[in-house]
Design a protein around this ligand. Sequence first.
Ligand code: GLY
Length: 370
Amino acid sequence: MTETRVTVDLGLRSYDVVVGEGLIDRTADVVGPSLTRPFVAIVTDAAVAKFQLPRLQAALARGGIRHETIIVPAGEDSKSFAHLENLLERLLAAKIERRDTVLALGGGVVGDLAGFAASILRRGVAVIQIPTTLLAQVDSAIGGKTAINSRQGKNLIGTFHQPRLVVSDVSTLETLPRRELLAGYAEVVKYGLIDDAPFFRWLETTGPAVLAGEAGARREAVVACSRAKARFVALDERETSGARALLNLGHTFGHAIEAEMNYDGRVLHGEAVAIGMAMAFDASVTLGLCPAADAKRVKHHLATSGLPTTLSSFGTTGSAAKFIRHIAQDKKTSGGRTTFVLVRGIGQAFLSGDVEEHHLTPLFERALAA
Ligand code: GLY
């Protein structure tokens, strides 16, 4: 059985990301050494429970690990105060003790909610992330960001709480709806665009195999992204020096798009990031920073993979101003100025505070009209 371990190097809080096929069926072996007693609370959602929960429960039972299971509703609405409170009460009722472990089985929503609950329950219990979406395996399950949403915006209330282990079973991607797989693929492409041009080139040829489910290609992509994410997190755990902020390529534009669409599911996070990355390249070309040929190559790869690169694909109407007003509330805004991730080319991202409103308006107008 092939598995790869990637270490997130954070001194005493270092942990491994284990990537392989069929890992959930070997959960007891994989997570056992990280537990202080043979008891865990599984947190998952109704959609993931259907396919992956029986596998996980059977594997734990085979290994003699007792478990309680808490199922939260699927979807972004679960990242709320009400669901957090409910989850915390249920974890306490399940008699989770200070040294016990929560297993977060699911995509970004479950990982963020269960991770946040674990970080504040009894002043902090361990969480092991078992991501089941491409987006969570290559990004959100690694690095310890946890959050719920506020009326003011997405992910505005949360903590940094590093997991004790991340178990990325790539066979879970086989049951992932195509659209969600593609949305996760946008975050895969992101790593190539930030600082790894050879990886982007590899995706131009091997991306179709990753999306088609070719096991080796999929595993290689998840391992490469896990290594990249581990590197950024180790460099800048709390996003203070700027290194980790590069992971926000496409996200400032993307969040504005998601917010304007009220997070109502019309656009998935990864789809908004794909449009946002195309916009970041467009902005960089307009500012004379990036060759137009690179922007064209990026758009071409995203589009031929099946991802949107413009807002027009969503039938959105209205003015650029509607999108721009969401940018001020973004977490990347400080002292009224927003930091954008721009590029000097493929694999050459950098942070910039030089994007002004008069730059944004034509950018959004082009994205709406294209
Ligand atoms: N998803 C970006 C980060 O973890 O920093």
